[in-house]
Design a protein around this ligand. Structure first.
Ligand code: ZN
Length: 146
């Protein structure tokens, strides 16, 4: 076969150990924040689960979405030896109607921090032995839910 690629690009063939499995909202306004976070943490490889609402489904009741995201985490652990999970929720997320769904900025942050804690607890129970961090993404940076 002598076919010209649509895009010519050399991807690495080596397998890797993931520094983290990251569950992040697909809202592109926060993609550069993810890159900055990864740089600060020194991530070489992450398994990125980029879905609307980020860790939203993990904080809720049993659902196909919750199963899906949890299975992505388990798959990251199985395939890439992942020992750390990063769960993200964000300011003004379309997955729950944006900031206008809350009384004020503090109420929004407090509710999402609470849900992050619920999601962290759920993942810790489902996949023992993982470090599970929660982060709230705001327009001025990333805040730890610890
Ligand atoms: Zn979002």
């Amino acid at each position: 076969m002598d076919e010209t690629p649509f895009v010519k690009f050399d991807s690495p063939k080596e397998h890797y150990i993931a520094n983290a499995c990251v569950v992040w909202c697909f809202d592109d306004r926060f993609y550069k924040l993810l890159k900055a976070f990864g740089k600060q943490e020194g991530f070489g490889h992450i398994d990125l689960v980029k879905v609307a609402g980020g860790a939203k489904a993990l904080a809720g009741d049993a659902s196909p979405d919750r199963d899906f995201v949890l299975n992505q985490i388990k798959t990251s652990v199985r395939l890439h030896g992942t020992k750390r999970v990063v769960l993200m929720r964000q300011r003004d997320c379309g997955a729950y109607g944006g900031s206008k769904s809350f009384a004020d900025a503090d109420a929004e942050k407090n509710e999402l921090m609470k849900q992050l804690h619920q999601a962290q607890e759920f993942v810790r129970n489902e996949v023992p032995g993982l470090a599970v961090d929660g982060f709230f993404a705001d327009f001025d940076g990333l805040y730890s839910a610890v």
